[in-house]
Design a protein around this ligand. Structure first.
Ligand SMILES: [Zn+2]
Length: 161
């Protein structure tokens, strides 16, 4: 079981994804789960194929980090779902992965924008946009992320287009 008391928005969206999307959504402690590769131990979430799944890091949910509050974790959930949706679309035999990260960031921002429009809650959009902008300024960030982030339509902390 996972304690979602600090993540009420994430809980709502996680249940929504579980019921609306054809993907398994799980929560586990990455550090003590041997099936999570070491390089992802400090990640808030991962996705996978065969079967399609998203796993969120329980540590981030129960003991939130300052840079990953509830609003940002909603963005993370939709980032991983963005990966799944993109991978479902491309050729599984010879997948062209060059757009994978971009599609994930892009899908997440679109979802957060839709939440702001539908629920009048701009928290996930604001927080995810700020988080992505901060990552884009970090020279030690994974080059694949940086390339993808720099293609996202964000200017001055606002999503454009
Ligand atoms: Zn990603």
């Amino acid at each position: 079981m996972c304690d979602f008391s600090k993540m009420p928005k994430l809980k709502t969206h996680l249940e929504k994804v579980r019921s609306d999307e054809n993907v398994i959504v799980k929560v586990t402690d990455f550090e003590s789960n041997p099936s999570i590769p070491k390089k992802f131990e400090q990640s808030p979430g991962v996705y996978g194929i065969n079967p399609w799944f998203i796993i969120l890091n329980k540590q981030f949910i129960e003991k939130p980090e300052a840079s990953y509050p509830d609003d940002r974790m909603v963005g993370v959930l939709y980032h991983e779902l963005g990966h799944v949706k993109y991978r479902k679309k491309i050729d599984p035999v010879t997948p062209d992965m060059k757009d994978d990260e971009f599609q994930a960031f892009s899908y997440s921002l679109k979802k957060c924008y839709a939440i702001a429009q539908a629920d009048g809650d701009s928290g996930p959009l604001d927080t995810s946009t700020r988080g992505i902008l901060n990552r884009s300024k970090n020279p030690n960030e994974n080059p694949e992320y940086l390339k993808a982030i720099h293609r996202c339509p964000i200017e001055n902390g606002k999503k454009v287009g």
